[in-house]
Design a protein around this ligand. Structure first.
Ligand code: GLY
Length: 372
């Protein structure tokens, strides 16, 4: 098992990465569960697969689990589910020093985390992420949110968990498509600032996705360590380092918006395409070689992901996609900061990207497959 510290001033915590952690849930919590009753927020799918394992650990150690089992899917990150979850925690008389357990993927982590952030002005919570994406990204760093009619993750808070338990065994029950979508966020750490890790992904990504246990532990713990370093430097995304974690997200969010935030394009799939587009746009501006951008696209394609915008078959223009970007929560006084690359592992923020040029670039990319 790997233990990665997240050194946030005043609120440090650990991320544990290893196989079989759920069965050891209570001992790993090391006294954080201070009452007999333990509130757990999860979704139906995760509960069916892993509820019994965590329930056994709790009951064997004298605790009584209280389950809140929500519908799976993005629509659960709503005001209604937030209000109902907060009222449920109030009914359970959860106090500020108590811990709520978030057992699930990003949706559950975000919802339960936000409920914990506002319950009595903040109670504690433990993240138990059950998707690769949640293990390497959303469970670490304290971003919590719900969606609103105006867009995704527009209402939320920074609220750090007290502990993150990333059990690699849960990845065995994850659908392949979800695993691949999470892999985009693993590769992201290489593209941001770690060319050696990108090369590691090129060498080992297929075997890791195929189930190699040692490679999985390395991929998850290396990714978490990268995220922990960035979050410790810039917890609230104010000094620029944390914003680098949004590589691929501006293009990706536009694609998610255009596809209606539907199963047609999962978030991680949009991020993979978004990173390819960021790389190709960087190459078009002669910031990095075209061959490096092609290398990134090739890697995602070899892993089994869509790596070309044209493969989505969108019926829209570059200008339509740019219009979605203007609703991005990263908009800042009328400008939209873009994360571009000076090379693999050399991501930086550019605040002066002309949106007309981005729209023209996207027009070319929308047709790239058709032209060849
Ligand atoms: N997922 C990006 C961040 O946590 O900042």
């Amino acid at each position: 098992m790997a233990v990665i510290p997240v050194d946030i001033a005043g609120r440090p915590y650990e991320v544990h990465v290893g196989a079989g952690l759920l069965a050891e849930f209570v001992p790993l919590c090391r006294g954080k569960l201070r009452k007999r009753a333990v509130p757990i927020v999860t979704d139906r799918n995760v509960h069916a697969l892993w509820g019994e394992v965590i329930e056994t650990s709790l009951r064997d150690n004298g605790h009584e689990p209280h389950w809140r089992i929500l519908p799976p899917g993005e629509q659960t990150k709503s005001w209604d589910q937030l209000a109902a979850t907060v009222n449920w925690l109030l009914d359970l008389e959860v106090e500020r020093g108590d811990h709520v357990v978030a057992l699930g993927g990003g949706v559950i982590g975000d919802l339960a985390g936000f409920a914990s952030a506002i319950l009595k002005r903040g109670c504690r919570f433990i993240q138990v992420p059950t998707t690769l994406l949640a293990q390497v990204d959303s469970s670490v760093g304290g971003k919590t949110a719900i969606n609103s009619p105006a867009g995704k993750n527009l209402v939320g808070a920074f609220h750090q968990p007290s502990l993150v338990l990333a059990d690699l065994a849960v990845l065995d029950t994850l659908p392949d498509r979800e695993l691949l979508a999470g892999y985009a966020e693993v590769v992201k750490y290489g593209l941001i600032s770690d060319a050696d890790f990108f090369a590691w992904c090129e060498r080992n990504g297929t075997a890791m996705l195929g189930g190699d246990a040692a490679l999985r532990e390395y991929a998850v713990s290396h990714s978490v360590a990268a995220k922990a370093r960035i979050v410790a430097m810039d917890e609230l995304e104010t000094s620029g380092q944390r914003a680098l974690l949004n590589l691929g997200h501006t293009f990706g969010h536009a694609l998610e918006a255009e596809t209606g935030y539907s199963a047609r394009l999962l978030h991680g799939e949009a991020v993979a395409l978004g990173m390819v587009l960021a790389a190709r746009y960087s190459a078009r501006r002669e910031l990095m070689p075209v061959a490096s951008a092609d290398r990134i696209a090739d890697h995602f394609a070899k892993a089994g992901m869509r790596a070309e915008l044209a493969e989505l078959g969108l019926d829209c223009s570059g200008r339509d996609l740019v219009a979605h970007m203007l609703h991005d929560k990263k908009m800042d006084a009328g400008t939209l900061p873009f994360l571009l690359m000076k090379g693999i592992g050399r991501t930086y923020m550019d605040r002066e990207v002309p949106l007309d040029e981005v729209a023209a670039f996207l027009d070319v990319e929308l047709l790239r497959g058709a032209a060849s």
